[in-house]
Design a protein around this ligand. Structure first.
Ligand code: ARG
Length: 456
């Protein structure tokens, strides 16, 4: 395409090194959309004729059909998706195809194509996330009254409703939805008409193309428009945070389903076996969710490293923005393909969960707070219950089996009510502060969660 200036053929090795076809061929559909809007604008501005516009339209229609049939084999020597499509179009319709690139550079073209693509992918990711969050809401509803251990430092802390745990994941994903909306909005800016970097001497109507392509606004500065990749960073930043949240949840599900915890049962269809050990059931899907998140963190750092030393405006380094982004989007699409069904099929073994509370010590805070209601300062109550816990550990006694006299020996004056409080149900139900694990609070959260999803 640039032969006029050059007296040598491009070296083969240079072609192989600089081509981006292996990455950007997937953008063909979006690139054609951008080209069609550009052609319509050129016709409206009398820069091409109505007949030429029609030829471009029908040429691209045929090309789309070829792509869908798998008949279009792009040529690496044409460097990228943009040149391949334009070349094919010109082969088909001649002169009209050669007019398509009027007033346009691949620099504004690739930005337009990528932004259209990012918007569409994020839209799909959004529905996947809604599906995942819906799965969590349903689990939270079914497990609202199932009591499981809650941990800090991965040491047993206090009993919680399993519904509360599911809703904890839901909350992180609802923040990710806001990140997604932000990333979508950043992508929603049209660079078409920025040209190579400085705009055009031709009377292009940028507002027309931006609107025709469904962008809510256009890039205000042509140099920034072709040189910035903030929207890629924002898409990766959202994607990575979301993946980190999925990875943390995956880690929980792995731990809680191991024999040593054992109160979660992963569905067989989402686990794999061992080639050697017949008894094994491995949580590979969840491990891969965790593992691939690492790659996504790499892609996030990659875009920042790429951008940090780049001179204004377009530099070829920017072509590489696609590698990490596509890879991260592919991970998201796989993760969203499996996680909702996996979550829907997980079972909780409530008896096994109850067994893990055998020593009753997870209720020590409840006893201390009981003393507070009887006027004991909290620090003092903490100390007394601490001595009681120490004794239980030494004597191998469970808090559940203590008599009122046992309690009295360490706590001073107590009454019958204390015994009814040393109970898992009561411990959860009574944590009724806003946002706490009390059953009523979990219901409130579920309701608000449903409301959030219904408004999306
Ligand atoms: N394929 C390139 C990219 O993805 C677009 C080409 C712009 N190339 C150029 N030499 N100005 O960034």
């Amino acid at each position: 395409m640039w032969k006029g200036r050059f007296s040598q053929e491009t070296d083969r090795k240079v072609q192989a090194f600089s081509q981006s076809l292996d990455l950007d061929w997937r953008l063909a559909r979006w690139d054609i959309r951008g080209s069609l809007a550009h052609a319509e604008m050129l016709a409206k501005q009398d820069l091409i004729s109505q007949e030429e516009l029609e030829a471009i339209r029908s040429g691209f229609q045929e090309i789309m059909d070829e792509i869908e049939r798998g008949d279009f084999i792009p040529d690496e020597s044409l460097e990228d998706v943009h040149m391949n499509l334009e070349h094919r179009l010109t082969e088909k319709i001649g002169d009209a195809g050669a007019r398509l690139h009027t007033g346009r550079s691949r620099n504004d073209q690739v930005g337009t194509t990528m932004r259209l693509y990012v918007k569409d992918v994020l839209c799909q990711v959004k529905s996947g996330m809604i599906d995942l969050m819906d799965a969590l809401l349903n689990r939270a509803e079914s497990h609202r009254e199932t009591i499981v251990p809650g941990y800090t430092h991965l040491q047993q802390a206090q009993p919680v409703s399993m519904g509360h745990l599911w809703m904890a994941y839901f909350q992180s994903f609802s923040r990710d939805l806001k990140r997604l909306e932000f990333a979508m909005d950043e992508a929603d800016e049209c660079p078409l008409g920025c040209g190579a970097l400085a705009g055009s001497t031709l009377p292009l109507d940028r507002e027309y193309t931006a609107e025709a392509l469904g962008f809510s606004r256009l890039c205000e500065n042509s140099m920034d428009g072709v040189g910035q990749r903030d929207y890629i960073f924002d898409a990766l930043s959202f994607s990575t945070m979301f993946a980190v949240h999925c990875s943390r949840m995956a880690e929980d599900l792995i731990i809680y389903s191991s024999a040593e915890f054992g109160w979660l049962k992963l569905p067989d269809a989402f686990c794999t076996g061992s080639s050697m050990m017949p008894q094994k059931k491995n949580p590979d899907v969840l491990e891969l969710v965790r593992g691939r998140t690492g790659q996504m963190i790499g892609h996030l750092v990659d875009i920042l490293a790429t951008l940090k030393g780049l001179p204004m405006t377009y530099d070829r380094d920017l072509q590489e923005d696609k590698r990490g982004l596509f890879s991260s989007f592919d991970v998201l699409s796989h993760v969203l393909g499996v996680l909702p069904s996996l979550v829907r099929a997980i079972e909780v073994d409530a008896d096994r969960a109850a067994e893990s509370f055998a020593d009753g010590l997870a209720l020590a805070t409840d006893v201390a707070e009981y003393l507070v209601t009887r006027g004991v300062p909290f620090r003092e109550a903490h100390h007394r219950v601490g001595s009681l816990v120490g004794w239980c550990v030494r004597e191998e006694r469970s808090l559940f089996d203590l008599t009122l006299e046992d309690f009295e020996d360490f706590l001073g004056d107590v009454d019958e009510n204390l015994l009814s409080l040393v109970d898992l149900e009561a411990a959860v139900a009574r944590r009724d502060t806003l946002g706490g694990t009390g059953f009523r609070q979990v219901s409130r959260q579920i309701e608000r969660g449903r409301d959030l999803l219904s408004r999306l």
